[in-house]
Design a protein around this ligand. Structure first.
Ligand SMILES: [Zn+2]
Length: 200
């Protein structure tokens, strides 16, 4: 999250105590570290514990040849050194109302995040649902390492969270930050800027 965005909510990057990585591909983990003003590299959120699935970390340490170009070792060096890494095996509640669920699929150690607050639910399916137009279970990406698992997990999770009227939080969508789906998985509501404060 950009620091200006955090500041608009009254926080700075040192206030963040938990960072969740759905998986460790460079386009998701590239923000773990940043250049400080003095030119050295530091953790973007220096006080935060970073939650990663154990299986994902095994692949970071020893990637399959198909995936070795997506796990940049420099993204993870400081996490090891500073002891800010917590490995998870399965599902875990990381703070009140924030659950991690292991899924696999896109990568072997992929996980998703469910957030419950003030009677509403948001879910981030990571790269199981990169954009709102991936709402059909059979529409997968060539980047998926285990596409049949993506299809199975996405089918279950789209139904589960649509039945709960959850917000689906999207990472790769250039047009829609979050949305809710109707029972046929067509978009029925898109997120409007400025709504976040009513949920926290
Ligand atoms: Zn991605």
């Amino acid at each position: 999250m950009e620091s200006a965005c955090l500041e608009s909510l009254g926080y700075c990057r040192e206030d963040v105590t938990q960072v969740i990585l759905t998986h460790c591909d460079f386009d998701h983990a590239g923000g773990i570290e940043m250049f400080e003003e003095n030119g050295t590299t530091g953790l973007t959120f220096p006080a935060a514990t970073h939650f990663i699935q154990e299986k994902e970390w095994q692949d970071v340490e020893k990637p399959h040849r198909r995936a070795e170009s997506t796990y940049f070792s420099e993204n993870f060096a400081l996490l090891r050194k500073k002891g800010k890494l917590e490995l998870i095996n399965g599902n875990k509640e990381v703070s009140s109302g924030v659950m991690l669920f292991y899924t696999g699929g896109h990568t072997r150690g992929h996980q998703i995040v469910e957030i419950r607050s003030k009677g509403s639910t948001g879910v981030h399916l990571g790269d199981l649902l990169p954009t709102h137009v991936h709402n059909h279970p059979l529409w997968t990406m060539s980047y998926d390492n285990f596409p049949l698992e993506v299809i199975d997990r996405k089918s279950e999770l789209l139904k589960k969270y649509t039945d709960m009227e959850s917000w689906f939080l999207l990472y790769h969508d250039p047009f829609v930050r979050a949305c809710r789906f109707a029972r046929d998985f067509k978009v029925k509501e898109k997120w409007q800027a400025g709504r976040l404060k009513s949920f926290i």
